[in-house]
Design a protein around this ligand. Structure first.
Ligand code: GLN
Length: 479
């Protein structure tokens, strides 16, 4: 399939369309549809238009910053852009305007991309449906009664609704892959440490990664290669010299499928998954094989993830105290009162639940039993993967156990919501790359997840493209 980014780039460079016209097309679609879909918290119209006018001047005068100069990119509300509001879809950060830009934004702007808007998300990226946003619930463009997934639901819905060609999201335990699966698009969670987290408002620092959403895996790869790279401002970001993508022969790939996880997967998802495997075996990996893989500690993934993520969140979110950032409660009597009232009013219930859980898991007397044990089990989950990749090139499983669920279906039962992450948290805990691409589907999208060894993004993208060429996703019917 033809790259959407390349064909847009060509039109811009040949002056068939100007950056302002292109942006205006996006804005028109947003004006038409977003009162129903709610992907954007805020479009940042004026700032985006100003950037588009600058880009237009560059193209007119032959000074384009790259072939992609003038292409708009939508930004999740937890990635900061200088001079623009950013609030992680939380009331506690209302009114906060960032004095600097995230490294990923600087890299994109250096190539002429135009950052656009604040895309809706679960508050502080905690959730799997975007229903935890303090402002609005994003809807799935394929069925407005259903969730677009989360926490990057706004970023995913914006691509599915064809507002713009690229958005950025963040994935801590599945928040890029699961919304990509629910909205029939491609979403990559890169190898931990290959994309700078500088300017990503932290949820769980040892897990958080920024990654792109696009319709096509090939376009996703273009953006990934622009945003990745070492960064002196993020000490967990790896040096460029350590980035060693594997060499492989696509025909001889050996793919592992953890069959034990297929038991709790819905029939529609199973059907799509096995059809994809059949296709790969028949047409792509003609000299390779598909085998069962055992990942014995994966069953502890959800428990480990929700202990580590909440522990790190309880520490990271301590900085939101009503003094340093965003909103401060009025009428407080003293300093403690400021903290208490600001946090009580500013955080939503899921964020409070996680702060409580994490604080408890880290408290003296419980630390070894909960956080300590979770860290040890995390190491075992990682070792299972490394052992598997001694013999395998890829591991495949569905991205989510079901097709998009209905809005409201899981909000009263947090554990039920947490269980929707069962297939994504493993790769996050191990730090390995994982992508979701659409498999074949009738009405509601199904995501196929490919996980690989560290730095194997090139392989994941390559196989994903083959899948997308064979099963081009049907677009949602929107008007
Ligand atoms: N759904 C998971 C959670 O609620 C993952 C979120 C994420 O990846 N940001 O924590």
């Amino acid at each position: 399939m033809e790259s959407e980014l390349k064909s847009l780039a060509k039109k811009l460079q040949n002056k068939e369309i100007s950056p302002v016209e292109l942006l205006q097309k996006s804005l028109n679609k947003i004006d038409l549809l977003d009162s129903k879909i709610n992907a954007f918290i805020n479009v940042d119209r004026e700032q985006a238009l100003e950037a588009a006018r600058d880009s237009e001047k560059r193209i007119q005068t032959g000074k384009s910053l790259s072939e992609y100069d003038g292409i708009p990119v939508g930004i999740k509300d937890n990635i900061v852009v200088s001079g623009r509001a950013s609030c992680c879809a939380s009331k506690i950060l209302e009114g906060f305007v960032s004095p600097y830009s995230a490294t990923v934004i600087e890299k994109l702007v250096a190539k002429g991309f135009i950052p656009m808007g604040r895309l809706n998300m679960d508050e502080f990226a905690m959730g799997s449906s975007t229903e935890n946003s303090a402002f609005k619930t994003t809807r799935n463009p394929y069925d407005l009664q259903r969730a677009p997934g989360g926490s990057s639901g706004g970023s995913a819905a914006a691509i599915a609704a064809d507002y713009l060609p690229v958005t950025l999201g963040s994935d801590t335990g599945g928040s890029i892959r699961q919304p990509a699966a629910f909205t029939g698009i491609a979403g990559m969670k890169p190898t931990y440490g290959t994309v700078s987290r500088y300017g990503l408002i932290a949820f769980a620092s040892s897990l958080d990664q920024i990654g792109p959403f696009t319709r096509l895996a090939s376009d996703n790869e273009i953006i990934y290669n622009i945003i990745r790279g070492s960064d002196p401002k993020d000490s967990t970001c790896l040096p460029d010299a350590s980035y060693k993508p594997p060499a492989y022969d696509i025909k001889s790939l050996k793919i592992g499928v953890p069959e034990e996880f297929m038991e709790n997967v819905s029939p529609e998802v199973k059907k799509s998954f096995y059809e994809t495997l059949d296709f790969l075996k028949r047409e792509v990996i003609t000299n390779g094989e598909i085998v069962n893989v055992e990942l014995p500690h994966q069953k502890y993934g959800i428990a480990v993830y929700y202990l580590i993520a909440t522990s790190e969140a309880s520490a990271n979110l301590a900085r939101f105290d009503g003094v340093r950032y965003g909103r401060r409660a009025q009428n407080a009597k003293d300093l403690n009162d400021i903290y208490e009232m600001s946090r009580t009013r500013g955080f939503g219930s899921e964020v409070k639940r996680r702060i409580l859980l994490g604080t408890y898991a880290l408290s003296s007397g419980y630390y070894d039993a909960f956080y300590g044990k979770a860290q040890k089990t995390r190491a075992l989950i990682q070792q299972d993967y490394l052992k598997a990749f001694e013999k395998l090139d890829l591991i495949m499983m569905p991205t989510a156990p079901s097709v998009p669920f209905k809005i409201g279906e899981k909000t009263t039962n947090p554990v039920e919501m947490y269980l929707s992450d069962v297939l994504t948290v493993g790769a996050s805990l191990a730090g390995i790359p994982a992508i979701s691409v659409p498999g074949p589907f009738e009405n509601l999208p199904v995501g196929i997840q490919l996980q690989g060894n560290y730095f194997s993004e090139n392989l994941l993208y390559d196989v994903s493209q083959k899948i997308q060429n064979a099963f081009p996703a049907k677009r949602p019917a929107l008007q």
